[in-house]
Ligand binder design. Structure first.
Ligand SMILES: [Mn+2]
Length: 337
């Protein structure tokens, strides 16, 4: 995975000429989203102190990731909409991180689309939109944090600035979480980055502790309940699904992020190659899709679930009653095979 010199230079030209840079994360931000936002923010602030760098997300993110943005600087569009509108309006450059199209970030996307700012995309999802002024995108890296690392390293080399501790720790979070702790989407460059960060003194143990060992008792019991009572397996399609409905959420005092990782669990079963998690929310059903082997959940997500993502990890939304989900899932598989 190489980022061309021309792209590195264009990135530097766009950013260094800006008075204000706005960094934008995706809906339901994960570790890669938050890590790439705070990592880029920390780097730009130390490398270009005169530029005002701000970060926004379309929706809130789980508590277990709050330590990454320790000073709580990331603005949530849902809680401070007028502030975010102002930031979009004033921005000279907008950097979109960890999503491949403005349509993926709901109404914030429409707002950004109208802005006159130069737009940069840094992302690792397939099929990126083509309407950015600069697109730095590769599906051959583990995460946006990894792509950002290789980009900022080159930028830093050109201006004689190294990444600071906050930047390194932030980027490590996305590297670790998007690979599911180095079990998938791992490339040689991924371990190379991990090695370089460890050499530079990244807080590996501390980050691991906070991300993987700080869940609530409710969350752990919910996981057990889902596996015992909600997981259904369909051998005909080598598939499994779980439905996390409102009633179950209430029973276990569900908080955002509590279902993180659940969708991967059925893939530990021999013979299960496709897994879906459906989570009921106020306005729609949130869909998470995973696979092992060759099955493309990106294709399945695009075709049937109003979404998409990576070949083995994708997401989407449905606007149907919870009671119809199982049939819909089976129909989507039946039409695919
Ligand atoms: Mn990602």
């Amino acid at each position: 995975m190489t980022i061309t010199t021309a792209k590195v230079e264009k990135f530097m030209n766009l950013v260094s000429g800006a008075g204000r840079v706005l960094l934008v994360g995706h809906t339901n931000p994960d570790g890669d989203s938050i890590g790439s936002l705070t990592g880029t923010k920390a780097f730009l602030r130390s490398a270009f102190p005169k530029i005002v760098t701000t970060a926004v997300v379309p929706t809130d993110y789980p508590d277990f990731l709050k330590f990454v943005d320790a000073r709580g600087e990331i603005l949530n569009f849902l809680s401070v909409p007028s502030r975010v509108r102002m930031e979009v309006k004033k921005a000279d450059v907008i950097v979109c991180l960890d999503f491949n199209a403005l349509s993926r970030i709901d109404s914030l996307g429409g707002l950004i689309e109208k802005s006159k700012a130069k737009k940069i995309l840094i992302d690792h999802h397939p099929q990126p939109d083509t309407n950015f002024d600069l697109t730095i995108s590769s599906a051959k890296v583990s995460s946006t944090c990894e792509l950002t690392y290789w980009l900022l390293k080159k930028v830093g080399a050109k201006i004689g600035k190294k990444m600071n501790e906050e930047c390194r720790n932030s980027l490590y979070v996305g590297l670790m979480t998007d690979t599911n702790n180095y079990s998938n989407s791992v490339f040689p460059s991924t371990f190379k980055m991990a090695a370089e960060l460890m050499d530079a003194g990244v807080d590996k143990e501390g980050i691991q502790y906070r991300v993987l060992s700080c869940f609530s008792e409710d969350r752990m019991r919910l996981m057990g309940f889902m596996l015992l009572n909600k997981m259904k397996i369909f051998p005909k399609y080598k598939a499994a699904c779980m439905i996390l409905d409102k009633k179950t959420k209430d029973k276990f005092n569900f908080k955002d992020g509590d279902a993180e990782g659940f969708v991967n669990l059925p893939l530990n079963i021999a013979g299960v190659e496709i897994s879906a998690l459906f989570t009921e929310s106020e306005r729609f059903i949130r869909v998470s899709l995973r696979s092992k082997g060759d099955f493309s959940v990106n294709m399945l997500g695009r075709k049937y679930y109003n979404g998409g993502g990576h070949e083995r990890a994708a997401g989407g939304r449905l606007y149907i009653p919870v009671g119809n989900l199982e049939k819909y899932f089976l129909d989507s598989l039946r039409h695919t095979f």
